[in-house]
Design a protein around this ligand. Structure first.
Ligand code: FES
Length: 196
């Protein structure tokens, strides 16, 4: 008995071609999507809030460490202003408590002198530099100035963040401070030197 053949001659190859094209296109789309998601994972997803200014109290309100290798992190403004007031033996600086990866709030581990982000594991040292994880930039700095009554005025937000001014706008992503930036963050308005 002759085999029943359906459709016009040449149907099977064109159908095969169609499935091949569809298959490869789908695979291509999938890989493009996966590639984009992978790239996005390493790109900062932080939303910058408008600049805010608040009074953080007197420098003497912040405990000075006895050990020059230790930094004391004061978390009293972590929830309300999303900053840490950092006190080392030379003075005070303010770091923004927003992970530069996707914006979570890292936790401070004094024994290790490290911040660890609970979301994707980024670790930062006391200078805010990335020592592990996907975060693409150091933690940002807020500006610090002294009011006439001797209290500290902290300014956060995009305009108050040195790193954002220097690098984010240029599209350069470096998880550690450059030598030039290290000099910048070691002086006013990003560092308040205290003799006593
Ligand atoms: S938000 Fe991803 S590591 Fe912090």
């Amino acid at each position: 008995m002759a085999e029943e053949v359906s459709g016009a001659p040449g149907d099977a190859p064109s159908r095969r071609k169609f499935f091949l094209i569809t298959g490869w296109s789908s695979l291509g789309l999938f890989l493009a999507g996966a590639g984009a998601a992978f790239a996005k994972y390493f790109y900062p997803g932080v939303l910058y809030e408008p600049q805010t200014t608040f009074n953080a109290g007197k420098p003497s309100d912040f405990v000075k460490p006895a050990n020059p290798n230790e930094t004391i992190v004061d978390e009293r403004f972590k929830k309300s202003q999303r900053v840490w007031i950092m006190r080392n033996t030379n003075g005070i600086y303010v770091m923004v408590a927003v992970c530069t990866h996707l914006g979570c709030t890292p936790n401070w581990f004094p024994g290790e002198q490290r911040f660890k982000c609970p979301c994707h594991g980024s670790n930062y040292n006391t200078q805010g530099e990335v020592v592990a994880g996907p975060a693409p930039l150091p933690l940002f700095r807020a500006k610090l100035s002294i009011a006439p009554d001797g209290s500290m005025i902290v300014t956060t937000g995009l305009l108050g963040i040195k790193r954002a001014e220097l690098q984010y706008k240029k599209g350069v992503l470096l998880p550690r401070w450059t030598d030039e930036e290290k000099k910048d963050i070691a002086k006013a308005p990003y560092f308040l030197e205290l003799k006593a």
